[in-house]
Design a protein around this ligand. Structure first.
Ligand code: CO
Length: 134
């Protein structure tokens, strides 16, 4: 069912410091920081030949990554995102198998302007898993 790895998201407290490491040490090519108030994060994308890395920095009071950064002060891998051809079909199939879809269970428009869903980490090997409509 799952297709390409769309991105790996890394949560950090200081996105400028994080992107400087990737730029200076790893020679990565990346976008400018983009605030996404509706998601409570500021985002930078690192473009790689086969996928993307998404840096997330908390934005605002109720950022969904604030708790994660309390536990992981140096930052860390927050979630991985796989592409699916049909996000509704994927959701219904996973729910029928007992997987938990976060939020109200309906896809939201994600950072790339496409419908996304998040799956409970306890159902997927301890890893918060995002599905994005390809
Ligand atoms: Co993501």
């Amino acid at each position: 069912m799952i297709g390409r790895l769309n991105h790996v998201a890394i949560a950090v407290k200081d996105i400028a410091a994080a992107t400087a490491v990737y730029k200076n040490s790893l020679g990565a090519v990346m976008t400018e920081p983009t605030p996404q108030p509706e998601h409570g994060v500021t985002v930078v994308f690192v473009t790689l030949p086969n996928t993307k890395i998404e840096f997330l920095e908390p934005l605002g009071e109720n950022s969904p990554i604030a708790k994660f950064l309390e536990k992981n002060a140096d930052g860390g891998i927050h979630h991985i995102c796989y592409e699916v051809d049909d996000i509704i079909e994927a959701r219904d199939r996973l729910k029928a198998q007992g997987a938990r879809v976060l939020g109200d269970g309906n896809p939201k428009i994600g950072a790339h302007g496409k419908p996304v869903l998040f799956l409970h980490p306890k159902d997927f090997c301890g890893t918060l898993t995002e599905l994005e409509q390809a």
